[in-house]
Design a protein around this ligand. Structure first.
Ligand code: 5GP
Ligand code: MG
Length: 185
């Protein structure tokens, strides 16, 4: 194994969550999910929110022992800046029919809560058996709409983070750790 790490990019302030901590926490979340859904009859449908959730999803599903199916959606949201409530729109829907299934939404980060509250409502109206959420990061200081999170990776402060699927203008998405950006002047 190559243990030499490249230096931190100069637009990043610090590593907030390192690779080992991520790996350990994702294993714990997978254990919780395996336990909670161990008796389901139909496979669990995991729905990842693109693009940010794709690495968390990949790590999580490789640790699942319960029957499951992986799916993705794409959304767009407006009104994030300056307004209280972001308006969310579905750009790409699931390929699976969710009716009759337990659904687990897999999201990179919970901020205001508008994305997840929209998705929980939308999927709940489709005849699903249950809709729950697994969120890798949570910024409690930013919550506007209350959302029930069943599986949560880490709580973080109100800073812009990148890596492990999360980007800043498409930069830093594939870093293996979570880092805090230096705010632009
Ligand atoms: P919400 O709908 O909860 O306000 O926003 C959730 C979305 O905001 C996340 O899926 C993510 O796309 C984006 N977001 C919020 N905070 C951050 C952050 O610190 N870094 C990145 N890269 N995206 C964030
Ligand atoms: Mg997202």
């Amino acid at each position: 194994m190559n243990t030499v790490k490249p230096p931190l990019s100069d637009d990043l302030a610090r590593v907030l969550i390192d690779e080992d901590s991520i790996s350990k926490r994702v294993s714990e979340l997978a254990d919780e999910i395996n336990a909670k859904y161990r008796n389901i009859e139909e496979p669990l449908i995991l729905v990842g929110v693109l693009k940010g959730s794709f690495i968390f999803m990949a790590d999580l599903v490789r640790r699942l022992t319960i029957p499951h199916v992986v799916d993705f959606i794409a959304i767009s949201s407006y009104g994030k800046k300056g307004t209280e409530r972001g308006e969310v729109r579905l750009l790409m829907d699931t390929r699976e029919n969710l009716a009759g299934h337990h659904v687990l939404i897999v999201e990179d980060i919970l901020d205001s809560g508008s994305t997840l509250s929209y998705l929980i409502r939308t999927f709940g109206a489709r005849g699903t058996k249950s809709v729950e959420t697994a969120v890798f990061l949570d910024k409690p200081a930013r919550h506007v709409i209350p959302v029930d999170i069943q599986f949560r990776g880490f709580e973080i402060p109100d800073v812009w983070v990148v890596g492990y699927g999360l980007d800043y203008k498409e930069r830093h998405r594939t870093l293996p750790y979570i880092a805090e950006m230096i705010p632009e002047k």
